[in-house]
Design a protein around this ligand. Structure first.
Ligand SMILES: Nc1ncnc2c1ncn2[C@@H]1O[C@H](COP(=O)(O)OP(=O)(O)O)[C@@H](O)[C@H]1O
Ligand SMILES: [Mg+2]
Length: 286
């Protein structure tokens, strides 16, 4: 059984809109397995954030249902446990940090859950260690870099021991270094801890790290598959306002010029390999 299932989910922000307008989410069927890393792509307004909020009962479907570990998000009694199981990391770390000291910030979540003080201490240290911020435990969050702040925000969620992290453009406000730090943290949580991850991003290179890429347009899921499958479909992605990773784009353009490169190249390493093989073959021919 999938860890999270959405079944024919439709959603209107205002129910009265359902008479005249298109739904913001329209028949979303999505299964997310335990331990899976899913990247969710789509241009602005396609419904990604709205869908993300359905995964931890922040929003409830107008039609259809969302099950988390078999619990229906529409059941009031399940809401608390669902929100603990599915932690949400948002775009702006400043909106997620509440305290003036890093470790107090990370303790905030488990304190609210009524966790024992000694256990809180253990969880805070473990969570900060996991995001490589233990040395900063007594620092002031507002003095940290964007990437460091976002990692502290992730630690705050981890301290509640969730099964799944849903991240809504967590790197959008960060510089390249901060983005790298946060993506590395996310990948490691997934591969080493088996954390289920749903990552919304508009950086195509970040989606390459996922097991599965899900593409939304106009409130619907229009494609899903491995990063290689999805990023081979350059023209379809472009049609819905999305790009592909730069090395993929480069090989795509070269192929269009008649250069025999494989499609679905995902990163610069693969690009270099394919190009050098091609050049070697050409040299042999000469
Ligand atoms: N709180 C809201 N009230 C009314 N409409 C909203 C609200 N939030 C988003 N929308 C609308 O829902 C659609 C999907 O938005 P959103 O889920 O934020 O998309 P994305 O995250 O993919 O950019 C957009 O048309 C947006 O204007
Ligand atoms: Mg959004």
């Amino acid at each position: 059984m999938a860890f999270i299932s959405t079944r024919n989910v439709s959603f209107y922000y205002d129910k009265e809109d359902s008479v005249s307008l298109k739904p913001v989410l329209d028949g979303i069927d999505l299964d997310i397995s335990s331990g899976e890393f899913v990247a969710l792509l789509g241009h602005n307004g396609s419904g990604k954030s709205t869908l993300a909020k359905h995964l931890n009962a922040m929003l409830l479907p107008t039609g259809g249902c969302v099950l988390v570990d078999g619990r229906n998000t529409a059941e009031e009694d399940e809401k608390y446990e669902i929100r603990r199981m599915v932690g949400m990391v948002l775009q702006n770390p400043d909106n997620q940090l509440v305290s003036t000291i890093v470790e107090e910030d990370v303790a905030f979540g488990p304190e609210n859950l009524g966790v024992e003080p000694s256990e809180i201490r253990r969880r805070v240290d473990e969570a900060l260690d996991t995001v490589n911020m233990l040395d900063y435990r007594e620092h002031a969050p507002h003095k940290l870099s964007g990437g460091q702040k976002q990692r502290v925000a992730i630690a705050g969620i981890l301290a509640m021991q969730p099964d799944c992290l849903v991240m809504d453009e967590p790197t959008a406000m960060l510089d390249p270094q901060g983005r790298g730090e946060v993506l590395e943290t996310i990948s490691r949580l997934n591969s080493e801890r088996g954390m289920t991850v749903v990552l919304i991003t508009h950086y195509m290179e970040e989606a390459v790290a996922a097991d599965r890429v899900v593409v939304m347009d106009d409130g619907r899921i229009i494609m899903q598959g491995t990063p290689r499958e999805i990023f081979s479909r350059v023209d379809e992605l472009r049609a819905v306002g999305l790009s592909v990773p730069q090395p993929t784009q480069l090989c795509y353009l070269l192929r269009k010029q008649g250069i025999a490169l494989p499609d679905g190249i995902l990163d610069s390493e693969e690009c270099v390999q394919a190009l050098s093989m091609l050049l070697e073959e050409t040299n042999v021919g000469n």
